[in-house]
Write a protein that binds this ligand. Structure first.
Ligand code: F3S
Length: 427
């Protein structure tokens, strides 16, 4: 076991100088540092906490958070929260019961007492105030956001656990190991693509094929840039590039355990270093077809009737909300539609009149939650449709629903008809 060097301030926090809540946080950060052989701790600029839903926390988790808050622990750096199990202000209207809502609200109350901002979204990178900068050290726990921060932005974060992220927020530091170290960011697999990758759904299917093959490795895509629009400087609206990358990263983390990928000539580190990023024993993977991804994700092809169509995993960007509203203008939906997003993004969409168009069609723009972390079976949902790879992976696993997977156009058509249509377009 390597020696972990602590500054005198860090040592004092470990010995309880700032009270038992901070001491407990420092014990967690130091224990992880020792396990992973870190040489020291690194200050972090932002923390994102996952595991917020009462569905995951249970009563023991809620009690643990209150105990920590009761010990006077407060976060030292900007810290935001992942989605909860329900929309905080509209849970009754949406059909959630009080047995679930009460402990869920109690959990969020404990986070807020500790100074955490209840953003309730898995896309902190879409918030102008929290979008990370290149080279920043972060302690993010949401796996899809971790991939974005490392790959699309060139920030440095490991995939933290819920308690370790909160501990990092309380001490403002995390252990310097893994993706905080430049030498750990080299690619383990070279990916060559020999098939079209056009729609968001295609990027989701690609995430299955590659995620399954590379596990927790670092893929280096040599020719994916040709299937992507240019990467803009400001990605807080999502945009055609951002929406594809959001899906790709979420799926790579869900089907594999990828926390970082590179796209040659496109993502920041690959633009600077190119093939110098390849480790000497990088393996080669040629993707000839996305069929295997579609076959697994469109898990119940015999299912035609749809109860709930869900768009926005990770949470929908403003550009996705624009596309949904454009298609639904003047329509009347037969199936329930959730476009799940951050409250802040919904406010931006409201200002553009998009929410009104979706609601007039009978759809819902749902903030604070998603169909994975919400107890959707309690809402009577048995058959779902989505265009998001991660949702297609987790919703059947967490809620036992039947799943149809396809393009955004297919999903919206399913919401309009109440049944799954044949392939419509490649968008
Ligand atoms: Fe976000 Fe829920 Fe998907 S937390 S990444 S919308 S599973």
């Amino acid at each position: 076991m390597t020696d972990l060097n602590l500054t005198s301030e860090e040592q004092a926090l470990l010995e309880g100088a700032a009270g038992p809540g901070v001491q407990r946080a420092m014990e967690i950060v130091v224990a992880l540092g020792r396990i992973y052989g870190a040489a020291d701790l690194v200050p972090v600029e932002h923390v994102q906490i996952s595991g917020v839903s009462y569905k995951n926390l249970g009563d023991a988790g809620v009690a643990f958070l209150h105990e920590w808050a009761g010990q006077g622990a407060k976060v030292r750096v900007p810290t935001t929260l992942n989605p909860a199990g329900m929309e905080l202000a509209r849970w009754q209207e949406m059909g959630f019961d009080a047995e679930f809502a009460r402990p869920q609200l109690a959990a969020i109350d404990a986070f807020v007492r500790m100074g955490v901002v209840p953003t309730m979204s898995c896309t902190p990178y879409l918030f102008p105030n929290y979008a990370p900068r290149r080279g920043a050290h972060l302690a993010w726990a949401e796996s899809s956001a971790v991939v974005w921060a490392n790959s699309v932005v060139g920030a440095f974060t490991n995939r933290e656990g819920g308690p370790s992220a909160l501990a990092a927020a309380i001490v403002g530091r995390t252990a310097r190991y893994g993706y905080h170290l430049p030498e750990q960011r080299r690619a383990t697999h070279v990916i060559e693509i020999r098939c079209p990758v056009k729609s968001i759904a295609d990027f989701g299917a690609l995430s299955y094929v590659v995620g399954k093959a590379v596990g927790d490795g670092v893929p280096y895509f040599v020719d994916l840039a040709s299937w992507l629009p240019p990467l803009p400087d400001d990605l807080t609206e999502g945009g055609a590039a951002g929406d594809r990358l959001k899906t790709l990263g979420a799926g790579l983390a869900a089907y594999g355990a990828v926390a970082l990928y590179h796209i040659e000539g496109y993502t920041p580190e690959a633009r600077d270093l190119g093939r110098k990023l390849l480790s000497s024993h990088a393996k080669r993977l040629v993707v000839e077809s996305l069929d295997e991804g579609y076959a697994v994700m469109d898990a119940n092809p015999e299912t035609t009737e749809i109860d709930l169509v869900t768009i926005g995993c990770p949470h929908a960007s403003l550009s996705e909300l624009r596309r949904v509203a454009e298609r639904l203008r003047g329509e009347r939906l037969r199936a329930r539609l959730w476009v799940t997003t951050a409250r802040l993004t919904r406010e931006r969409a409201e200002a553009e009149g998009l929410v009104r168009i979706i609601e007039e069609a009978g759809g819902e723009v749902v903030a604070d939650t998603c169909a994975v972390v919400a107890p959707i079976r309690g809402l009577g949902v048995r058959r779902m449709a989505t265009n998001a790879g991660k949702m297609a992976c987790y919703a059947p696993m967490h809620s036992g629903v039947e799943m149809r997977y396809g393009t955004l156009d297919q999903c919206l058509e399913a919401a309009i008809r109440g049944s799954w249509p044949k392939a419509l377009s490649d968008q």
